[in-house]
Write a protein that binds this ligand. Structure first.
Ligand SMILES: CC(C)(COP(=O)(O)OP(=O)(O)OC[C@H]1O[C@@H](n2cnc3c(N)ncnc32)[C@H](O)[C@@H]1OP(=O)(O)O)[C@@H](O)C(=O)NCCC(=O)NCCS
Length: 198
C-alpha cells in the first residue's frame, strides 16, 4: 500500500545538507525557525542567518556547535525537500549517538513521513554507522512525536523534570528516549511494514 491511499508511494531520498543548494539550506533554517518545529526543540531560540552559517561550517569541519560529531541529511519526496534527519554527538567509543528529525513542510504532515524518517534514521545510525545505541530527547507536551517514537519501539529511559523554559515562561518536562541496535534489528522487518517501506 502506498503512503498516500490510492497513489503510488513517493520516492524518499536523502542528501547531506552540505551538498544541497543554498536555497534548500535556507529552507532548512526557515523550517527550523517555524514555531511548529522550533517550539518542539530543546533550543527554542530563533536561528539567525549567521548562526545557521556557523552551524553549517561546524558540520563541514566534522563537528557540531555542541562539540560531538554530527551529520545532517535533508529528506526529499519525489525530489521535493520536506524534512530533516540528523545524527548528533556521535560517540565512536561507546557507539552511541543522539538523533533528531522533523517534517519541515506543513503540506507533508500526517502522510506517514514522520514514521518513514524515524525508520530511515535508525537504518542510518544502526545499519550504516554501526551504532550500538541511539537516543533522543522529546518534550513531554509533544504528543505527536512521542506517539511515533513509542510506536517505533523506542523506550523511555528517563524524565528530566521542568527542564526547558519555553518563550512563554512555562517549564516543560523532557523524556529521554532510546533504542538499542539489537532490539531494533530484531524488529526491523516489522518496522519496515510500520514505516510502509515497499
Ligand atoms: C512529529 C512529526 C515528525 C510527525 O510527522 P508526521 O509525518 O506528521 O507523522 P506521521 O504521519 O508519520 O504520523 C505517524 C503517527 O504519529 C501520530 N501523530 C503524528 N503527528 C501527530 C499529531 N500532531 N497529533 C497526534 N498524533 C500525531 C499519529 O499516531 C500518526 O499516525 P496516524 O496519522 O495514522 O494517526 C512532525 O509532527 C514534526 O516534524 N513535528 C515537529 C518537530 C518534532 O516534533 N520532531 C520530533 C522531535 S523528537
Amino acid at each position: 500500500m502506498g503512503i498516500l491511499k490510492g497513489r503510488t508511494s513517493p520516492m524518499i531520498t536523502y542528501r547531506n545538507i552540505l551538498d544541497v543548494s543554498p536555497d534548500v539550506r535556507g529552507l532548512v533554517r526557515l523550517w527550523r525557525n517555524s514555531p511548529r518545529v522550533r517550539l518542539r526543540m530543546l533550543n527554542q531560540e530563533v536561528i539567525s542567518e549567521e548562526q545557521h552559517a556557523r552551524w553549517l561550517g561546524s558540520l563541514a569541519d566534522g563537528g557540531s556547535l555542541a562539540g560531538g560529531r554530527s551529520e545532517v541529511r535533508v529528506a526529499f519526496s519525489d525530489g521535493t525537500p520536506f524534512g530533516v534527519i540528523s545524527l548528533k554527538d556521535v560517540d565512536s567509543n561507546s557507539m552511541v549517538c543522539d538523533w533528531g528529525f522533523y517534517v519541515g513542510e506543513e503540506a507533508f504532515l500526517r502522510r506517514g513521513l514522520g514514521r518513514r524518517l524515524l525508520y530511515d534514521l535508525h537504518e542510518w545510525g544502526f545499519a550504516e554507522r554501526g551504532m550500538r545505541k541511539m537516543y533522543t530527547a522529546v518534550l513531554s507536551d509533544n504528543h505527536g512525536a512521542l506517539l511515533v517514537e513509542l510506536e517505533a519501539g523506542n523506550k523511555i529511559e528517563g524524565l528530566l523534570r521542568d527542564h526547558v523554559r519555553t518563550p512563554s515562561g512555562a517549564l516543560v518536562d523532557v523524556y529521554l528516549i532510546a533504542q538499542f541496535s539489537a532490539e531494533w534489528t530484531a524488529r526491523r522487518e516489522a518496522l519496515s511494514t510500520w514505516a510502509r517501506i515497499e
